[in-house]
Design a protein around this ligand. Structure first.
Ligand code: 16G
Length: 244
């Protein structure tokens, strides 16, 4: 079946505003690899005509896909399916936000969840008083069935509530309690995956992965998160716009 026929079917299978249906249709077509990574999308005018949508609607959808990192737009050359996940470092988002904005279903496997007094190294990094009860959440983060990261987040219990069971988005939960971080300090470095991390990420030991440390601060400058994550280095591109 041609790409256009597939896209038309995907458009018609959904309800809701045309722009949203078009974004979903294109997202799912890319996810299902109907257009492979690195391949070009049909030219804008042709695609708009074939799908019976206006060029401006199509362009808005393409902008959204580009913003989410699913496609890359090269001036004069067209739109290409990204080979990697682009993550802007300037936006304060969590894993769920990043996946949802790309039309990907985020999945978490909880490996550990405990309430305990703040561990001394976290207290040292965050200046949380010793003895502060914290929620420790260790998760595998997946996009569909693909493991992208292994992550340990430590947050004060007051930020999530004592009855938090660790499911769903941590930042979503924080939004409904003390609030997600408003400012973060983040460091990132490439490390070789040791046996444990390699096993979690299902990569060969010694594969290069991104180790990211994040300390998040709430409104009054009090730390609300101490997290360490290992992201698949071959799936993530951190991008930053730097103004001089
Ligand atoms: C991201 C954050 C992590 C945060 C999580 C919340 C990085 C390197 N880490 O993975 O610190 O806890 O998002 O995601 O970006 P959630 O809201 O989906 O649980």
């Amino acid at each position: 079946m041609s790409l256009v026929t597939e896209l038309r079917q995907r458009l018609n299978r959904q309800r809701g505003p045309l722009g949203l249906r078009l974004t979903n249709a294109l997202t799912s077509a890319i996810e299902d690899e109907l257009i492979a990574a690195g391949e070009a999308l049909p030219p804008e005018r042709e695609l708009a005509d074939d799908l019976g949508v206006s060029r401006s609607t199509l362009r808005l959808c393409l902008e959204q896909l580009a913003e989410g990192g699913l496609i890359e737009t090269r001036r004069g050359a067209g739109h290409f399916v990204s080979r990697r996940i682009l993550k802007p470092v300037t936006r304060l988002t969590g894993f769920t936000d990043d996946m949802v904005s790309r039309g990907i279903q985020p999945i978490s496997r909880i490996l550990e969840k405990t309430i305990m007094p703040v561990p001394p190294d976290t207290a040292f990094r965050t200046a949380l008083p010793l003895g502060t009860p914290v929620f420790v959440l260790v998760r595998l983060r997946l996009a569909g069935d693909e493991i992208l990261a292994y992550e340990r987040s430590i947050v004060p219990v007051t930020s999530v509530g004592e009855d938090y069971d660790g499911t769903g988005s941590l930042y979503g939960r924080m939004d409904r309690h003390g609030g997600r971080p408003k400012r973060i300090l983040q460091s990132m470095r490439a490390v070789e995956a040791g046996p444990e991390i390699a096993d979690h990420l299902k990569v060969k030991p010694s594969t290069a992965v991104l180790m990211i440390r994040r300390i998040g601060y709430g409104g009054h400058g009090v730390a609300v998160e101490d997290a360490i994550s290992w992201y698949r280095g071959d799936r993530y591109d951190y991008v930053a716009e730097i103004n001089g």
